[in-house]
Design a protein around this ligand. Sequence first.
Ligand code: UTP
Length: 298
Amino acid sequence: MAIKPVRKAVLPVAGFGTRVLPATKSIPKEMMPVFDRPAIDHVVREALEAGIEHIVFVTGRNKGAIEDYFDSAYELEDSLSKRAGKEAILEEVRATSLPAGSTSFTRQQSAKGLGHAVLCAKDIIGDEPFAVLLPDVLVQGEESCLKQMMGHYNEVGGNIIAVDEVPMERVHKYGVIKPAAGADASSQLIKMDAMVEKPPREEAPSNLKITGRYILQPEIFALLETQGAGAGNEIQLTDSMERLMAEQDFYATRFQGHDFDCGDKMLYLQATAGYALADKENGAKAREILEELLKRYS
Ligand code: UTP
């Protein structure tokens, strides 16, 4: 059977971001800057680099800033265009507005969980495979994480989950995958047959943690529609993925790169420093600043 292309991506942005309050009291977590741009801009770039043509934002109350950010800002652009020396920044500002018709914004009226947020995109996605990118997870690398997953998807089809290796002593903090019998867990593409949430070290089926990027078949929606509340009393995407696994193939892409969870205060700090250090133009200066700070506070 022909493999249907993945054209659309869902970015769920309706959560409250309670772990980073009070910063998120009046700005969306996804708009917090990671070095030179909001976290969500990094994720949208990742999706576009992977060939995504249409982005569905699942928003909620107080998330209007996200919609404005990806729109054009006529007064700002006009003002910059009349000022000498602002050409480069004008180009950068223009590049953040996404082409007309390439975005949809739909609302999740109440934050009932990630699975429910994805379900809110059902009618816009229709009967096609699609990607889900969690915008508080950033992945830095030579080639974007979703692009690496797309490469695998175009080979094998089915459903794909991004995974990253973690030290065995931290495995109890994450959802990890169980490679299928006979699958080579050290390869980049791994056939899997289960996911286990926060297993004790001695029971962990692998040290490959699930990392906020998914390619899913549209049959997930029917399962989400009947999905009861799970962990944290929320409708969990992983619960429906587990049910889909009984009917369809699931693979894991062990991506090349580093991931940052910006939904947590300390890891957000790590992301900001990581993106500054990796920046071609400003990396050396960022290192100087960080080294000076370390001296000052040591
Ligand atoms: P998180 O659980 O990391 O985000 O969900 P959160 O709920 O905003 O954060 P905390 O735990 O309270 O600090 C991952 C992504 O899924 C979205 C969030 O906006 C975030 O980008 N999400 C989560 C929804 O869109 N709806 C939900 O009901 C839950």
